[in-house]
Design a protein around this ligand. Structure first.
Ligand code: ADP
Ligand code: MG
Length: 250
């Protein structure tokens, strides 16, 4: 579903991604773990074009978003084509990013109506179904400021799902939450996993990652150090950098 080859990204002189290769198949659930600053968010943001990569290729369902030219430079398709492809990629951020002045329902119907051209009635019906799924139908007329962090994040997930994405990217979806609110968000993600939604999840919730992931990718210093099944990471990790990391977070 997504294939990344030799991806490089720098911010001025800072090389943040140093040749990333990653493929995720339809229905696969991949968690990305690794120290802060290792480039996890930048990688996700390159996948859905919130950042522009310098070198390498990115393709989605066999269509190139960016392809390397003979010098390795990432050459992107037209903005219109990239936006159209990326509208199939849902993203959930650490800090929810809800529109504060719009009700929960308006937050969810905004993109389906404005971007996908759905009718308001149809978008509202879908939004209500999704709010039921995340357990928040009774909050449909509330504003983000009236919700707990866990509720905001569940709305953010419903909002991403409203675009009927083929893949969902989660960037530390529970990192901004009080501990007692983490479970309700993980529960929703687990439900999506059971439905075999294709997902890439950056997380520090190691037990959760271990439980739901088909594969775990360990990133350090802009590179993928290990890409394997959970046991490769959690049972006798061979790589010393993984052991150091796990000793800190577990
Ligand atoms: P992670 O998500 O693994 O913590 P990030 O991808 O957020 O890592 O960041 C990797 C590195 O890139 C960090 O050193 C960070 O400060 C830097 N960085 C990220 N975004 C930007 C940006 N927009 N401009 C400059 N530096 C950035
Ligand atoms: Mg990050």
């Amino acid at each position: 579903m997504i294939r990344v080859e030799n991806l490089h990204k720098s911010f001025q002189s800072l090389n943040v991604l140093k040749g990333i290769n990653l493929s995720v198949a339809k229905g696969e659930i991949v968690s990305i773990i690794g120290p802060s600053g290792s480039g996890k968010s930048t990688l996700l943001r390159c996948l859905n074009h919130l950042e522009v990569a310098d070198k390498g290729s990115i393709s989605f369902e066999g269509q190139y978003i960016a392809k390397e030219d003979s010098t390795g430079k990432a050459v992107y398709k037209s903005n219109k084509e990239v936006l159209s492809i990326c509208s199939n990629i849902g993203m959930v951020f650490q800090n929810f990013n809800l529109f504060p002045h719009k009700s929960v329902l308006r937050n969810i119907i905004e993109a389906p109506v404005m971007v996908k051209g759905k009718s308001k009635a149809e978008a509202e019906k879908t939004a209500e179904d999704l709010l039921t799924k995340v357990g928040l139908l009774d909050k449909k007329n509330a504003y983000p400021g009236q919700l707990s962090g866990g509720q905001k994040q569940r709305v953010a997930i419903a909002r991403a799902l409203a675009m009927e994405p083929d893949i969902m990217l989660f960037d530390e979806p529970t990192s901004a939450l009080d501990p007692e609110l983490i479970g309700e968000v993980l529960q929703v993600i687990k439900k999506l996993a059971e439905e075999r939604m294709t997902m890439i999840i950056v997380t520090h919730e190691m037990n959760f990652a271990r439980e739901i992931s088909d594969r775990i990718v360990f990133m350090d210093d802009g590179q993928i150090v290990v890409d394997g099944v959970p046991d490769d990471i959690f049972v006798n990790p061979e790589h010393p950098r993984i052991r150091t990391f796990l000793n800190k977070v577990l």
